[in-house]
Design a protein around this ligand. Structure first.
Ligand code: UDP
Length: 460
């Protein structure tokens, strides 16, 4: 277990308050005051399994500084584990998504390995926490700490960011593993109501994005162009202030697999995701190649070598490589794969930002989705999103109103047709993009977390 260093202050509080207006601002501060009273000097700790990559880490980089700026003591701890631990947690994660994962067991041996690794985290954590502290344990990697640390703090809550729309045997098995470990948790928090078990402790708190982060802040056209150029999706152009002669403004090279640049004026379709079975990047590629005849596709994900607890990413990236390699040349040159370095998170974030903002259409063809922050990010940028109606995506998007959904996530022809329609509609989709932005402004900004967490902790 290690403490993840984060800023002591949310650098954009004033701008944020301006964005959400006086009524929401007052409410946020009032809830923070109630939380301070409830904690009575204790710390609100968030615990997860990675400092970078994935939606939870993304949120915590904003949430912890925001709480601190509002006067609530807050911290972030990251659990570690051995290979066996991550094999088990990967299996559990797949299971919670209703997928068999690697098909391996989740029996007594796996339970012992899981708890052994978490006990190794609980021991140093005991030296960090106090009896007034509250632990918010994120996802299956940390759930066992509810059992192991309940006596060291005033309360533990489990926050689950994954889930499956129709529970199946794999999901039941994963839940059967975790649920006894959560008996002592005071609350079970889900992003999406339909993913939650029937339990009186359940509460719903949606994830959010930070409008001023490198991932979401407004970019100048030059910045956006530099992002595209760095990712092999546009011409590098020197400026007086920037690097001249086609050099990149970014320090860490991206791995780009491409047969040339998109044609001038060719619409750009983008999916940004981890390389993962359930993100179905290879399905997007197949749907695009087989069922569309215009536009350029960019599949963008983290460098598979850069995320230590996610050994499977290389497998799914390689699958995309193979699918792309097998395409006829005319289709292959319309598809670019981009692996972004995770060595510098700010650089990675601004690249994702630039690519999302440069896209004409943003895609998210997940087979299952806890919430889908990439969708929120694209909606914030007023982009038309073409996605599958799964998990949190269908909470966020109302088809035809603020995005476009296919009902069946496995329907390649349907997804291709929707991509084609979105490209053909072009600027006609601007009002839909504007409504998408409005949706995020109303429902998916971080003040919502403060208000709902106050209610969760019974503050006030
Ligand atoms: N992300 C990133 N760099 C990448 C790929 C993804 O920063 O190369 C971010 C993405 O912008 C989003 C998060 O990782 O903020 C993914 O969150 P989401 O809820 O979409 O999916 P998860 O990976 O948590 O299943």
């Amino acid at each position: 277990m290690r403490i993840q260093p984060v800023a002591d202050e949310f650098a954009h509080l004033d701008e944020f308050e301006e964005l959400i207006g006086p009524a929401r601002t007052r409410r946020m501060h009032e809830c923070a005051r109630l939380l301070r009273e409830r904690l009575d000097g204790g710390v609100l700790w968030h615990v997860n399994s990675t400092a970078a990559g994935g939606g939870v880490a993304e949120m915590l980089h904003t949430l912890v500084p925001l709480y601190r700026s509002l006067g609530v003591r807050a911290g972030w701890m990251v659990v570690g584990g051995d290979e066996e631990f991550f094999t088990v947690t990967k299996r559990l994660g797949a299971g919670l998504y209703g997928s068999p994962g690697d098909g391996g067991p989740l029996g007594a041996r796996e339970r012992a390995a899981y708890l052994r690794a978490l006990a190794g985290n609980a021991e140093p954590a005991r030296a960090l926490v106090g009896p007034r502290d509250v632990l918010v344990l994120h996802d299956h990697q940390t759930a066992g700490l509810a059992e192991l640390l309940h006596d060291a703090v005033s309360a533990t809550y489990w926050r689950c960011h994954v889930g499956v729309d129709e529970p199946n045997a794999a999901a039941d098995r994963a839940w059967g593993f975790l649920s006894p470990l959560l008996d002592r948790a005071r609350g079970l928090v889900y992003s999406v109501r339909r993913h939650a078990p029937d339990d009186p402790r359940v509460a719903v708190i949606p994830p959010f994005l930070s409008p001023f982060s490198e991932k979401n802040r407004a970019l100048t056209p030059e910045e956006a162009r530099a992002c595209l150029a760095h990712c092999g999706l546009g011409e590098a152009r020197g400026t007086d202030s920037g690097p001249a002669g086609g050099g990149s403004a970014f320090e860490h090279p991206a791995r780009v697999v491409a047969d040339g640049l998109p044609q001038p004026g060719e619409p750009l379709l983008v999916q940004v995701s981890r390389w993962d079975l359930l993100k179905d990047m290879h399905g997007v590629l197949a749907a695009f190649a087989e069922h569309t005849d215009s536009g350029h596709l960019a599949l963008v994900g983290p460098d598979p070598g850069g995320i230590p607890d996610d050994v499977e990413q290389k497998v799914w990236f390689d699958r995309c490589l193979a699918v792309r390699e097998a395409l006829p040349a005319a289709q292959r040159c319309r598809a670019t794969l981009v692996c972004l370095s995770m060595a510098d998170l700010a650089e990675n974030a601004v690249l994702v930002n630039g690519i999302q903002r440069s896209a004409d259409v943003v895609l998210q063809k997940s087979l299952a989705e806890g919430f889908g922050l990439t969708v929120t990010e694209a909606m914030w940028k007023s982009k038309p999103v073409v996605a599958s109606a799964v998990g949190g995506i269908r909470e966020q998007i109302t088809h035809g109103h603020d995005g476009l959904l296919i009902p069946d996530a496995t329907d390649l022809a349907g997804f291709g047709a929707l991509m084609g329609a979105a490209v053909a509609a072009g600027p006609q989709l601007a009002p839909l993009g504007a409504r998408a932005h409005e949706r995020v402004l109303n429902d998916y900004l971080p003040d919502v977390d403060v208000v709902r967490t106050a209610a969760l902790l019974g503050a006030g």
